[in-house]
Design a protein around this ligand. Structure first.
Ligand SMILES: C[S@@+](CC[C@H](N)C(=O)[O-])C[C@H]1O[C@@H](n2cnc3c(N)ncnc32)[C@H](O)[C@@H]1O
Length: 197
């Protein structure tokens, strides 16, 4: 029952009219966290950065519940959750309106023949970059070498992104997913791009 009320109050329907961030968040810059999984990074950064609004999108119910609980426990007004597929949600996001997009350890599809299913593919990246303001960032983290190569290729082909691999930022919260990868011997790659035009 509490969950249903929380969903009503703090989630944004995946489909609907274009959103107006100012009506939700005032003048705060808005970051889209795609595939937040367990929600650890959303919760940690929401606590550290009250001056930044986060919209997290995922279908993972335990993670959604975790973020909703944190929103209520902390009386946060700067976090919203979308329970759904980001591809369905993107039309609601106004063009040029995001300060940033986070795609941290998206579903990896590790095999070459599965590359076309990965979220960081040309059509999706074009739609994402359309929605980032000039000067805003797209930050991908992956521990799949081939995914990192795909990110570099697709970002270069888009033509509006400038950047590349960076050292792992200390501020990016360590999640259970990343920790499991480290334990399995995988290396995270952070790739940060700015929209330059
Ligand atoms: C491997 S987990 C990573 C979670 C988290 N970002 C982290 O760093 O720990 C990837 C998440 O992306 C979500 N995901 C994959 N494709 C998605 C899509 N099209 N729309 C929304 N979420 C998606 C999955 O449900 C999953 O929870």
């Amino acid at each position: 029952m509490a969950y249903r009320r929380q969903v009503q109050q703090w989630t944004l329907p995946v489909a609907g009219e274009a959103l107006q961030w100012a009506a939700l968040f005032g003048a705060l810059p808005v970051v889209l966290d795609i595939g937040f999984g367990g929600g650890e990074a959303v919760v940690a950064l929401a606590a550290e950065r009250p001056g930044e609004a986060i919209v997290g999108v995922d279908v993972h119910t335990p993670g959604i519940a975790h973020v909703l609980d944190a929103i209520e426990a902390n009386f946060w007004q700067h976090v919203r959750v979308v329970d759904g597929d980001v591809l369905e949600f993107l039309p609601r996001v106004p063009l040029g309106s995001l300060a940033g997009v986070r795609l941290w350890f998206p579903d990896p599809w590790p095999k070459n023949k599965q590359r076309h299913r990965r979220l960081f593919r040309p059509d999706v990246v074009a739609a994402l970059v359309d929605r980032v303001r000039v000067g805003g960032t797209v930050h991908v983290a992956t521990d799949i070498e081939d995914y990192a190569r795909q990110v570099a290729d697709v970002a270069a082909a888009d033509g509006r992104l400038h950047g590349g691999q960076v050292d792992r930022p200390e501020w990016r919260p360590l999640t259970r997913y990343e920790r499991r990868g480290l334990a399995a011997g995988r290396t995270p790659h952070d790739m940060v791009y700015e929209r330059v035009r």
